[in-house]
Write a protein of this length. Sequence first.
Length: 176
Amino acid sequence: MSSIASPERIWWNPLSRVEKFWVVLAIIVGLAMFSSMFIWMAIGKQNIPTETYQVTKDQFSHASQRMVQQYRVRDDAGVPVVSPPAGSDVYLVARAWQWSPILQLKEGETYRLHLSSMDFQHGFSLQPGNLNLMVLPDYDYVATITPDKAGEYTVICNEYCGLGHQAMVGKIIVTE
Ligand SMILES: [Cu+2]
C-alpha cells in the first residue's frame, strides 16, 4: 500500500455512546455560555446606567468650556485640570487626538459624566478599572458614575481614530 492512500473510511459509522455523550455535553456547555450573556446583563452589574442625547458639537464644547472656566484649578502639560462640585455634570471632550479637560473627582461622590466627540468616533477606556464607553460626534453620552477608589486613572482611546490614535491619552484624578 502506498503512503498516499486514504485512511480507512469509518467516519460514517453510527456515533458510539462516548461520542454521543461528548456531543451532547458540548451542546449543553454552549447553551449555558450563551444564556450566561443574558444572565450577566441582568444580575452581573456589568452595565453602568447611561443616557444618550443628541447634541451639536458647539453645544457640547460650550458646556465643557463653561465647566473649565468655573472649576479650573491648574494646568497639566497645557491641559486644564477641573475640580467640579460633587453631584454635578462633568464634560469630557474627545477630539483627535486628545481628551480634555482632566477631571478631578471625589471618591464616593456621584457625577454625571458626559462624553462626546468633536470629530470621529472614539472609545473611552478607563485604566485601571476597565470601563469602556463609546464616544460619538453629535451624541451626548451620559454615564452616572461613582468613583470608589482614589487614584490617578488613565483614559485611553480604544477606537482607532487616525494617525495620532496611540497618543490619545487623558487622565481622571480621583481624590479622597
Ligand atoms: Cu482613537
